[in-house]
Design a protein around this ligand. Structure first.
Ligand code: PMP
Length: 412
């Protein structure tokens, strides 16, 4: 994977040691993505879908070309099924707000899992309160897995939508979304898949999956920040109300009323993130230039190495052991607060996250005061894992020594 790593200028601009293990939060940017965005600002800057001069016509074509590229990448039926948003969070808010207009009736149920990121909980909580709906939770086992039997029991005649993540952002569990979607569709409910943590790591084909919605962010797949995607089945998007309204999404407006534009413009009010869309297309080109099987195998081996190295350290407790793990692994360090460990590792050039990871309901179940998360990408390597384990032991010893130095109350 040396070739993969070489595409990322940041590894040459930040002085060593620089170990980037925070890929679940945001990935680094390859040169082709940086170039695509910079080319727009230096050569092609103009607005899309409005003017008739060549610069603008050209960039409008390129913008729509990017949409088709994303469509092919996830195997959607047509470009109309691809709505550009700010990211996963906005995509879920769009679906929740829009469905709350005319899809749900009082006492209907929405099911989410306890593995969800706050982005896939809070929007549903808000509309559940407003529309008098019930939000129900699928629990998580100690290993970090969801139970299909429990889901089957949880779905009732009142269930209207099930929203689950493909990959847990804190435990790394890869959920069986094929089975989940099949089960939900049999019961005639809508199903939304949060692919924020899988889109860069696992090939996804929405037509085969048969999900109704799939959402993801550009910045977790080597693309720019502030751009993301809502995939929705065309026939469902057609029935949905616009989430935001304004310019660029209307067919006609008179002083009393508006006729909205066709898909996907009706969900893209205002000037879009043009550089972001072009950068996202470059990110798709970047990902698809590698063999997905090779990426999966490499990440699998690296994560296995991380897991076995960590399990050899006596004071480390790995959280969860899901049936299928992506390249995310979380742990705690006995007698040390996660924040202290992360701060010390940061001083040694190791970038990772500690805390609740926008998963408070899950953390409450784990009764944890927070966890430390390592999330890997193909530009990481075995040397970095060895360095990290060495510095983790150093940090623990330092914290422990300091703790023992402080006289306990009984000694004062
Ligand atoms: N869902 C999951 C599973 C995530 O990991 C994240 C980001 N950590 C989000 C949703 C939210 O993504 P964004 O902040 O890009 O909207």
């Amino acid at each position: 994977m040396n070739h993969f790593r070489e595409q990322f200028p940041i590894f040459n601009t930040i002085s060593d040691p620089f170990v980037y293990f925070d890929n679940a939060s945001t990935t680094q940017t390859p040169i082709t993505v940086i170039d695509a965005m910079s080319r727009y600002y230096t050569h092609d800057r103009s607005n899309v879908h409005r003017a008739l001069y060549p610069l603008s016509l050209n960039i409008s074509d390129r913008f729509e070309h990017a949409r088709s590229k994303v469509q092919q990448f996830i195997g959607a039926r047509c470009p109309q099924e691809i709505v550009f948003t700010k990211g996963t969070t906005e995509s879920i808010n769009l679906v929740a707000a829009s469905l709350s207009e005319n899809y749900f009736q009082e006492n209907d149920e929405i099911i989410v899992s306890l593995l969800e990121h706050h982005s896939n909980i809070v929007p549903w909580q808000v509309i559940a309160k407003r529309n008098k709906l019930n939000l129900r939770y699928l629990t998580v086992s100690e290993t970090g897995d969801l139970s299909m039997e429990e889901l089957e029991k949880l779905i009732s005649p009142r269930t209207k939508l099930v929203a689950v993540t493909h990959v847990s952002n804190s435990l790394g569990s890869v959920n069986p979304i094929h089975e989940i979607i099949q089960m939900v569709k049999k019961r005639n409910c809508l199903v939304l898949i949060d692919a924020a943590q899988s889109i860069a790591h696992i090939p996804i084909q929405v037509k085969e999956l048969n999900c109704d919605f799939l959402v993801f962010s550009g910045h977790k797949m080597y693309g720019p920040t502030g751009i993301g995607v809502l995939y929705g089945k065309e026939e469902i998007l057609r029935e949905m109300h616009p989430y935001q309204t304004g310019g660029n999404q209307i067919r006609s407006v008179d002083v009393q009323q508006t006729i909205f534009a066709d898909l996907p413009s009706r969900f893209e009010a205002g000037t879009p993130n043009i550089a972001g869309v072009l950068g996202l297309e470059a990110a798709v080109n970047f990902i698809t230039s590698y063999d997905p099987a090779e990426i999966i195998q490499y990440e699998y081996e690296l994560t296995n190495m991380l897991e076995s190295r960590l399990s050899e350290i006596p004071f480390v407790n790995i959280i969860g052991k899901p049936k299928h793990r992506s390249s995310i692994l979380s742990f705690t360090v006995e007698n040390c607060h996660p924040t202290d460990v992360a701060l010390l590792l940061g001083e040694k050039g190791i970038c990772l996250r500690s805390g609740y990871h926008c998963n408070e309901p899950l953390m409450n179940v784990l009764s944890s005061e927070g966890i430390i998360r390592v999330s890997l990408a193909p530009y990481n390597n075995a040397d970095e894992i060895r360095y990290f384990c060495e510095k983790l032991i150093w940090a623990r010893n330092l914290l422990h020594r300091n703790k023992n130095d402080i006289p306990s109350k009984s000694k004062i």
